[in-house]
Design a protein around this ligand. Structure first.
Ligand SMILES: [Zn+2]
Length: 165
């Protein structure tokens, strides 16, 4: 999955990200702003989409958490999310996109289920590019892929999106 060319989003240089919107500094494993889910972001950079699983009750979460909301357990383990899932719901965003992705509108915002949802899988929302609302149907197979987000500045960030299988 890491061999093909990654999709890239380019953020406009003239719009500095509000620190509240840019959690990059908090994604470092150490430092005053470090969080305990930095592994999520590091995995994105490695081409993997991961999340946490509670080792006490077995529940898988998304987004990754540091305490299980089901049993309050703190013994969580990182697990990879299966590459393919099923489209559960979707809509198309035509107007009013957040400023960092407004150049990419219209695009589809989808909810997909990965793994053995709900017992041992996750439901995730994600953007879909290069495909229209009318070209999708609930129940279709979709795949997550990692994309690179360039700018502003030299920082490189990573996120994920969905593509139709
Ligand atoms: Zn639990």
């Amino acid at each position: 999955m890491t061999s093909h060319t990654r999709r890239k989003l380019r953020l406009p240089d003239q719009i500095p990200l509000n620190p509240l919107l840019d959690l990059w500094d908090q994604q470092e494993p150490e430092g005053p702003d470090a969080t305990r889910i930095y592994e999520f972001y590091r995995s994105l950079a490695d081409g993997k989409l991961v999340t946490t699983k509670c080792m006490t009750c077995g529940r898988v979460h998304f987004p990754p958490l540091i305490v299980c909301p089901n049993c309050n357990g703190e013994d969580l383990e990182w697990v990879e999310i299966p590459e393919e899932g099923e489209l559960y719901a979707f809509t198309e965003l035509k107007l009013g996109a957040p400023i960092i992705v407004e150049d990419y509108a219209p695009f589809v915002i989808a909810v997909a289920r990965f793994g053995d949802y709900p017992e041992n899988g996750v439901q995730i929302s994600g953007m879909m590019f290069d495909i229209g609302y009318e070209d999708l149907e609930i129940g279709e197979r979709v795949r997550w892929e990692i994309m690179e987000i360039e700018g502003p500045g030299d920082k490189k960030r990573y996120w994920y999106c969905f593509t139709k299988v």
